[in-house]
Design a protein around this ligand. Sequence first.
Ligand code: NDP
Length: 313
Amino acid sequence: MAKESTKCLIIGSGPAGYTAAIYASRAGLNPILYQGGQPGGQLTITTDVENYPGYPDGVMGPQMMTDFQKQAKRFGADIRFGLVTKVDFSGAKHIAYVDNGDEIEADTVIVSTGASAKWLGLESEQRLNSKGVSACAVCDGFFFRGQEVAVVGGGDTAAEEASYLSKLCKKVYLLVRRDEMRASNIMQQRVEKAENVEILWNTETDEVLGEEAVEGVRVVNRITGEKRVLDVTGFFVAIGHQPNTDIFKGWLNMDESGYIITENGTTKTNIEGVFASGDAQDNVYRQAITAAGTGCMAALEAERYLAAKELAI
Ligand code: NDP
């Protein structure tokens, strides 16, 4: 059980957290970063990343996160295993409690805890994750161009993913579990207009088929009980995301889904000295590059905040 003080505590280790660590350490803030329960974040469960500038031949998600970490360490960021389980933002100094018993007192906190995609919970879905099963069409759609794919969900995310995939793929099945979509009218119309999107209503996924790669999906009609196999090679789950922000509830302002609300055009939260970056505050773009961008913003804003308070070195 150690009690420590730092000018800058970074919580979370995806592209936002590591980018914040690179900037904060180069600015001399000696940041401490706790990696959280999934070091490297969502990119560690993807394979090829082809849309991050600077990697002309693409890069594997886990390798990219190792590179980010290495770059942050090069400038002295103190990167640690550990999950922050509780925070206290009531005083001038912000306190974070780590699962190993450590207690960190910080002048500034950068929240970069990310979000997690929701999954259906099928064993086959988990087994074939990154082998044809994905939760991000923008990340992985390109690998399925000219092929047939299925998208699960009835909200704006599913509508957006289906529209995006319809431009790349030969055919897109949209599997909606009820007889109506939750998506906004305009998004729904866009899907309905796309000639190669077929909406299967009242349809649930029974099983994702294949051993080493997705070879099909068995679906079941909830009304008739009829089962059929769709010959798809890609299976996109788009039933929503869950921001990892539970520990900040009661301290930071959030929307009804739990995304942290930041001041327009900044990473500032409602608590002075606490900044939020990456997917924890972004339910629109959710890309590694946008997360890295807001991680950079958070570190710059933390540095300026400290300078204004004359707490910086
Ligand atoms: P939502 O919670 O809005 O929708 C989730 C969808 O997935 C629902 O249709 C739900 O069905 C379905 N679903 C949930 N669990 C299952 C399951 N186990 N099996 C099958 N289907 C399931 O999440 P979204 O991510 O779509 O949207 C989240 C928020 O982000 C919304 O406010 C949305 O408007 C916003 N957003 C906005 C965008 C934009 O404006 N460009 C783009 C993307 C999101 P059911 O309806 O039956 O509950």
